[in-house]
Design a protein around this ligand. Structure first.
Ligand code: HEM
Length: 513
């Protein structure tokens, strides 16, 4: 999976980047590097047949790579989220759904969030989603103006889209990133980087180095927290609108004081903005990347969309959309190859079980007390035992009656995790991704922009030199939620749509939840 040279390079460069960002220089920088780099070192020790079952990753961390382990760890009462998740707290004692380790508190939060993300609420939220997708279509059409279409960086476009949708769902706030520049700094935040650093090095969290007040000081005078505060203040002012995601924080808050409430909402808000938008934009970027590199998949999907719908207005939540099985397979295959949360979701034994007599077993191994354990989604999705030819994009793996499907193990799919802490926004994610893919292919043909083909995906010069990667994968940088760039694509209106209005006049009225 990862060799020692890469691991040393990764740990040293991460530590260097961190010191650089926080302005530690000179002898202190050197001291910090010497102190932290070894703790980040991935020791590529493997146990089990063919070295695929388990890795040690640091002094007390085990990463498993089997379906049984996925079940044993994430569907097990005895385990809870690792204390590393606490680095996301704004202050001690303030927890959001993401980092609530106490099971009862988590269950209460989850029940409330589920009310906003259920099927019924999604139906009433769909017009807002459709409106934003139509704006995306308009923006893509604009890239076709002039004699030569301009390449579009899909990471940029899709981040704006997904964040605009999330701003509405979480805060009932129109961020307008797709069309205006005022709040665009919310997509350029380095919050993920610090969160990931704290998750991998929890002692930094204990020292409060990567907690929110620290993050805020990093953006001092900058606009990320300014935009966040604007959204939250507007949300507090309009408390009557109780149906958005921050409804849950209101309900569980004990505070009458608006300033305290603001701080409490902050950690929840940072999480929702990222969980509900960066994950979807990564998924969509990966889908567009793979379609632009796999002409046969592109052809089959285009055919499915144009033979399923009679008009653009048919493209909405309902049986026609859910019957686009090839589209769903394209999305799942992109999620398999490039999972938006590509790393290990750390778990540890829950406090209540610390004195239990019987040892804890994961896939037949006794796990020593106090060990951090988990399954790494990226490694699992590239385990040849479960997904043969795992570096090749093959949507057919996910079509139940295809010969490819029989050779794959769908239970090894971990993009949304599983169990009581598995993703609660899965239905929304599939709906949003399906609407974007179907509408884009309804209106446009697209292809990879020729001048940027070398810079996104594919092996890096170092990997090519060492013969390490011959296949094209959408490149992700693991920042807990992945960071990425591109793909850069060129769009052309489909023949049938030339001269059409591209959905401009069919925009549903934007309603609030
Ligand atoms: C393709 C898109 C998405 C992917 C791949 C994804 C993946 C995940 C994963 C792997 C987790 C588990 C995290 C952990 O254990 O630390 C998770 C949790 C969560 N996701 Fe998603 N997610 C997606 C979209 C969404 C959306 C659209 C929302 C809506 C707001 C959302 C809300 C949440 C919440 C609230 C949790 C925490 C659940 C809990 O702890 O009970 N996700 N997601």
């Amino acid at each position: 999976m990862v060799n020692v040279r890469q691991s040393v390079f990764f740990s040293a460069s991460t530590a260097f980047y961190f010191t650089h960002c926080v302005g530690i220089q000179g002898p202190f920088q050197l001291g910090f590097l010497v102190f932290t780099a070894p703790t980040m070192l991935i020791i590529p020790t493997s146990i089990g047949e063919h070295g695929r079952t388990m890795w040690t990753m640091g002094p007390n961390k085990l990463v498993f790579n089997t379906v049984q382990a996925l079940h044993d760890i994430y569907r097990n009462e005895r385990f809870t989220k690792s204390h590393a998740y606490l680095v996301g707290s704004s202050e001690p004692g303030v927890y959001g759904i993401f980092n609530a380790i106490d099971k009862q508190l988590h269950q209460r939060k989850r029940n409330l969030v589920s009310r906003v993300l259920n099927e019924r609420s999604m139906r009433s939220f769909e017009p807002i989603m459709q409106h934003q997708v139509n704006i995306l279509v308009q923006q893509l059409r604009r890239s076709c103006d002039g004699s030569q279409p301009r390449p579009v960086n899909m990471t940029e476009r899709l981040k704006y889209l997904a964040m605009d949708i999330m701003g509405q769902l979480a805060f009932s706030f129109p961020l307008k990133l797709q069309t205006e520049t005022t709040h665009r700094s919310v997509v350029a935040s380095k919050a993920h980087f610090y969160l990931n650093l704290g998750m991998q090095l929890p002692f930094l969290g204990t020292l409060s180095l990567v907690r929110l007040p620290f993050l805020r000081s990093q953006f001092r005078g900058g606009s990320y927290f300014k935009s966040l505060e604007t959204m939250l203040r507007s949300r507090i002012a309009g408390r009557d609108n109780k149906q958005d995601l921050l409804y849950l924080t209101d309900r569980l808050s004990v505070s009458e004081d608006d300033e305290v409430l603001l701080r409490e909402m902050e950690s929840e808000a940072v999480f929702f903005l990222s969980a509900g938008s960066d994950t979807i934009s990564t998924t969509l970027c990966a889908v567009f990347f793979y379609l632009s590199r796999n002409p046969e998949c592109y052809r089959k999907l285009t055919h499915e969309i144009h033979s399923t719908f009679n008009s653009e207005s048919d493209i909405r939540n309902g049986p026609q959309l859910t019957n686009c099985h090839y589209m769903r397979a394209c999305i799942d295959e992109a999620l398999r190859m490039s999972p938006p949360l590509p790393g290990t979701l750390w778990r540890e034994e829950a406090f209540e079980y610390r004195n239990a007599a019987e040892p804890f077993m994961v896939d037949g191994h006794i796990v020593p007390r106090g060990t951090q354990i988990g399954v790494n989604a990226y490694a699992m999705h590239h385990n040849e035992e479960y997904f043969p030819d795992s570096f090749t994009y093959k949507p057919e793996r996910w079509l139940p009656d295809s010969p490819e499907a029989a050779r794959n193990n769908r239970n090894a799919f971990a993009a949304f995790s599983t169990g009581s802490r598995g993703c609660v926004g899965k239905a929304m994610a599939y709906l949003e991704a399906s609407l974007v893919v179907a509408k884009t292919l309804w209106y446009f043909d697209f292809e990879q922009a020729s001048d940027t083909a070398e810079t996104v995906g594919g092996p890096t010069p170092w990997e090519r030199e060492n013969g390490e990667r011959g296949t094209e994968e959408f490149e992700l940088r693991d920042m807990f939620v992945a960071d990425h760039d591109g793909p850069h694509l060129v769009f052309r209106p489909r023949q049938t749509n030339i001269g059409g209005d591209f959905g401009a006049n069919r925009d549903e009225k934007t309603s609030s939840l």
